[in-house]
Each structure stands twice: as structure tokens, then as C-alpha cells.
Design a protein around this ligand. Structure first.
Ligand SMILES: [Zn+2]
Length: 125
């Protein structure tokens, strides 16, 4: 089999698609994520790539933290979407801390439309 060119680079969101065909156009600003689920995926991928600009600009201005450090030594190792509804996405994110310890975070994220596009609001209780 000939090698594909450019080499296949899997998207960090774990979709199984190439990064260029998945979350990259959202990260570069070429397109806005059309649904909360795709926005959630692209935000996870941005955490994995330490793209804090993207994480910030897809966060509602009322709830975005004033400081956000993604170069904290955490490795993002997997994403599972459990449920995606109109404006809520429930997921489990897997990661590894700086010392190599694995942990998982389960969250129900809420998304709203803001200025004509989807943004992350907060985590539902
Ligand atoms: Zn992706």
C-alpha cells in the first residue's frame, strides 16, 4: 500500500477521522462547529493540542476563566460521548497527569448560541 500523502494524522478527539477532516477547520477558524457535539469534540481536541485560544473563543464570555493554562503537563488520552442533545453533551474525558497517573472526568456540558455560533456555557449539576 502506498503511504497516503500527507500522512494520516488522527484527530485528537478520537473520531477516527484525520485531524484535517475533523476538528482542524474549527481550530483554524475556517468553520464554526455546527452542533454542540462537534464543538465539544473540537474543544477536547484543543485541550489535547494546548490550543488555549480556541478553548477561550468557544467559551461564553460570561463564564470564561480569566486565566487558562493548558501547558500543565496533562495528556489527553481519550474522549467518549455518552449522550448529545440539543444543548447538552455528556462525556467522559480520559487523561494522564504530569506524573503519569490516569484519571477520568465525566461531565454534562451545557452549550448556548452566542453571536450566531455555539459556545460552551458551563457544566450542569
Ligand atoms: Zn476531531
Amino acid at each position: 500500500m502506498p503511504q497516503p500523502h500527507p500522512p494520516f494524522k488522527p484527530c485528537p478527539c478520537g473520531s477516527g477521522r484525520s485531524y484535517a477532516a475533523c476538528c482542524q477547520p474549527f481550530h483554524t477558524g475556517e468553520r464554526d462547529a455546527p452542533t454542540p457535539e462537534l464543538l465539544m469534540r473540537s474543544r477536547y481536541a484543543a485541550y489535547a493540542l494546548a490550543d488555549s485560544d480556541y478553548v477561550r473563543r468557544t467559551w461564553h464570555p460570561d463564564t470564561v476563566p480569566s486565566d487558562l493554562d493548558l501547558n500543565d503537563g496533562v495528556k489527553y488520552t481519550g474522549l467518549r460521548i455518552h449522550r448529545a442533545e440539543e444543548s447538552e453533551v455528556e462525556f467522559t474525558a480520559s487523561m494522564k497527569g504530569p506524573g503519569g497517573q490516569a484519571h477520568r472526568m465525566r461531565e454534562r456540558s451545557r452549550f448556548v448560541q452566542w453571536d450566531g455560533r455555539w459556545v460552551y456555557l458551563d457544566a450542569a449539576e
